[in-house]
Ligand binder design. Structure first.
Ligand SMILES: Cc1ncc(COP(=O)(O)O)c(C=O)c1O
Length: 452
């Protein structure tokens, strides 16, 4: 129907579509949510659903590829919903990134100007494969790491590239990797794509327990743990001093690596501890920090810090896939982070995140008392919300369906299932409070409740 309709045309109501096609209203809502996600139709609050552009009619018959490709190693939907593009007026609580007004856009623009004007310097020459030395030095110094050299750091184009290269470099197809559960979908997909077998360990009190971790290493033979000790995505948890010691000591005893994804380094709401890598003396921790989310989505620059042969292997893996990161982007990142305005920006970010987190928690407590937040996030961008097990109709709550209905109603959220490396332990959704304006939180909560 959307394929035949003209752009701007209004679609019939859900009820009318359901009776016309002999489908249930839920099926119709799912189909509409899919069309919204594809950008074919858009919902306008209070007005209905409208065609944005004609749906393309598939031309080429590519069915032969099913047999040629065989099973998909990274699962049926390896890209998390947080990467989805949504219509402009949708409340975007699914996103993995902060809203542009929380980012130092002016400083980034000026930095591009300065870098281009300087013209003759390293920004326009091929950099060393491991990255511009001054930027590597900045990452090492900013952590206050004693005894580390800039040559221990490698620049990558974002945290995702760094962690995918790490998995490829430190493990091979069929090897096991231990992960906290729930955890970042991008790490789950990267491990699957590298052919690794994921062994999940629960976050008990916000971190994997030493006993669970030791069991997981012993039973699987894994030599790799992917972890987010500080402001984990999606839960916002922080490991305690005892939990950090325990994990490091299990890793040492088992001769294993801990891949520390410090994705939220600049997103503290309550002060967090130093990264785990600061306590590592034996080359067990591979540390990843990205500036993509706190500096600019358009400047995809991250650093990976590691020591020993592991570092060379990861650098080789990154070089094989990317050769090097665009020197212009490295120059822009260095220009921004080495100015006084960077500190001011990060401090403002902390304040803004705190006020947005508190506002969303209040909106949920008032407007959606049936939704629980097991542990308010101490940092990061997200609230990990636990939905009631059963809906008002007595049917089990399905977060995918809730997310699809919410999207059709103008709110985009990330359904919990994609954050679990195995079966979800309950119905959850992840709500990003940094991507949507606080003025729309009450509206967002009302849409979520209606979707439930
Ligand atoms: C926990 C975590 N790690 C890594 C990344 C990758 O970020 P980027 O590649 O944009 O630096 C993300 C992005 O959503 C993330 O949430």
């Amino acid at each position: 129907m959307a394929a035949a309709a003209q752009p701007g045309e209004k679609l019939p109501s859900t009820r009318a579509l359901a009776s016309r096609f002999g489908a249930g209203p839920v099926t119709v809502q799912r189909a509409l949510a899919q069309l919204v996600a594809e950008g074919v139709v858009e919902t306008r609050a209070g007005l209905g659903t409208f065609v944005r552009r004609r749906a393309a009619t598939p031309r080429a018959d590519v069915s032969w590829q099913t047999a040629a490709l065989g099973p998909e190693r990274s699962g049926p939907s390896p890209i998390g919903s947080s990467m989805r593009q949504v219509p402009h007026d949708t409340i975007a609580m699914h996103s993995g990134y902060p809203d542009a007004d929380l980012l130092p856009m002016r400083e980034v623009r000026s930095a591009f100007g300065r870098v281009v004007r300087r013209g003759h310097d390293d920004a326009f020459r091929r950099p060393p494969t491991a990255g511009v030395p001054e930027l590597r030095r900045w990452f090492v110094d900013d952590l206050g790491l004693d005894g580390w050299r800039d040559t221990d750091a490698v620049i990558a184009s974002g945290g995702q590239a760094a962690l995918a290269a790490t998995f490829r470099a430190l493990a091979g197809p069929g090897d096991a990797i231990v992960m906290e559960s729930p955890t970042y979908w991008g790490a789950i997909s990267a491990a699957r794509q590298a052919g690794l077998v994921i062994v999940p360990v629960p976050r008990t009190d916000g971190a994997p327990s030493a006993a669970d971790l030791d069991d997981a290493f012993a039973s699987s033979g894994a030599r790799l743990l992917y972890a987010q000790p500080t402001f984990a995505n999606p839960t916002g948890d922080v490991w305690s001093a005892q939990q950090r010691d325990d994990v490091l000591s299990v890793a040492r005893d088992r001769g294993a690596f801990v891949v520390e994804d410090d994705w939220a380094h600049d997103f503290a709401i309550e002060p967090g501890p130093k990264p785990l890598v600061c306590d590592d003396t034996g080359g067990h921790v591979v540390y990843i920090r990205s500036l993509t989310k706190s500096l600019s989505l358009t400047v995809r620059v991250a650093a990976l810090l590691a020591r020993g042969p592991a570092r060379s292997r990861i650098e080789n893996a990154l070089t094989v896939s990317d050769l090097y990161v665009a020197p212009v982007l490295q120059a822009v990142a260095l220009d921004v982070v080495t100015r006084a305005a960077w500190r001011t920006h990060v401090q403002r970010l902390h304040r803004e995140l705190r006020s947005r987190r508190d506002a969303l928690l209040t909106a949920l407590a008032v407007g959606a008392p049936m939704v629980e937040v097991p542990r308010p996030p101490r940092g990061g961008l997200n609230v990990w919300a636990s939905l009631p097990a059963f809906g008002a109709d007595g049917a089990p709550v399905d977060p995918d369906l809730v997310a699809a209905r919410a999207l059709a109603g103008g709110l985009s959220v990330s359904p919990g299932g994609e954050w679990f490396p195995a079966e979800p332990t309950g119905p959850f959704v992840r709500l990003n409070f940094a991507a949507a304006p606080p003025e729309r939180y009450d509206e967002a909560v009302a849409i979520l409740v209606a979707a439930l």
